[in-house]
Write a protein that binds this ligand. Structure first.
Ligand code: SAH
Length: 238
């Protein structure tokens, strides 16, 4: 039955999934590729939660394994991100994800242009991978009450921690990004290829411009607690 399929939740760092694991009723766990998949429920809604590790490859391995092993009906990526024109403490719910470091421009392709072999024949070319509209809308609505500012927008992903004013501005101008991080766009691509709906929730932990004053670990923990609250409330409605 469709609604018995779990919702998958992936966070890169331990601190990003710990509060969710504490809130979940765990019925079992399995290990694949060194990653631990916690199976159970959150507020009665079946879910599987995993920590993938930082970066695009770790995130892709986790998302693909989760899809093959648990057939989630929705994958939600949670975590922190650098803000592009936003304030620390705000939340971005992805409308779509891009991979800002995917660069075949010398071959004449626009920056971030992905080659997607989901269907037969020539690969589909896309820069933006759209998140599930209904899930994003519901998560945004729930988030308004918990976060100072909750916004829908483009999440830009790459295998680099961005802490540079010029790069931050470039992310805004090139992709219209609101947040920059290291996993969302990779999970989005895996989900797109598998026709699995996805959502990305990112709390802004730093300004991604070299002038981040916050204590990153402490702040991430605070954000994770809020995300756990948000998902505990929202999961039953998704
Ligand atoms: N665990 C290590 C490394 C963290 S890398 C540590 O804490 O020191 C940064 C992580 O936070 C990634 O998972 C990334 O998705 C997210 N992130 C937060 N701010 C970011 C930024 N400005 N640029 C890129 N990723 C960022």
């Amino acid at each position: 039955m469709e609604n018995k399929r779990p919702i998958g939740i992936i966070g890169a760092m331990g601190v990003e999934v710990r509060a969710l694991l504490d809130a979940m009723e765990e019925t079992g766990q399995e290990r694949f590729a060194g990653l631990v998949f916690h199976v159970g429920s959150l507020s009665g809604a079946p879910c599987v939660i995993a920590q993938c590790g930082e970066g695009k490859v770790n995130a892709a391995v986790c998302a693909q394994t989760m899809i093959l092993q648990y057939a989630p009906r929705l994958v939600i990526n949670v975590g922190v991100a650098g803000g592009v024109g936003l304030n620390i403490g705000d939340l971005v719910v992805a409308s779509a994800c891009v991979q800002h470091d995917f660069d075949a421009t010398p071959m004449g392709y626009p920056l971030g242009n992905l080659f997607l072999y989901r269907d037969e024949g020539e690969p589909e070319q896309r820069i933006e991978l759209p998140a599930d509209g209904a899930a994003a809308a519901l998560l945004l609505e729930e988030a308004q009450a918990i976060y100072g500012g909750a916004y829908s927008g483009i999440v830009a992903t790459g295998d680099q921690f961005v802490a540079d004013k010029a790069k931050n501005q470039w992310l805004h101008e090139t992709f219209g990004a609101k947040a920059v991080e290291m996993e969302g766009g990779s999970i989005a691509q895996v989900c797109y290829m598998n026709r699995t709906p996805f959502a990305v929730l990112r709390a802004i932990s730093d300004n991604a411009d070299g002038g981040s004053p916050v204590d990153f670990p402490a702040f991430t923990q605070e954000c994770a607690a809020k995300t756990a609250r948000l998902l505990t409330q929202a999961l039953g409605r998704l």
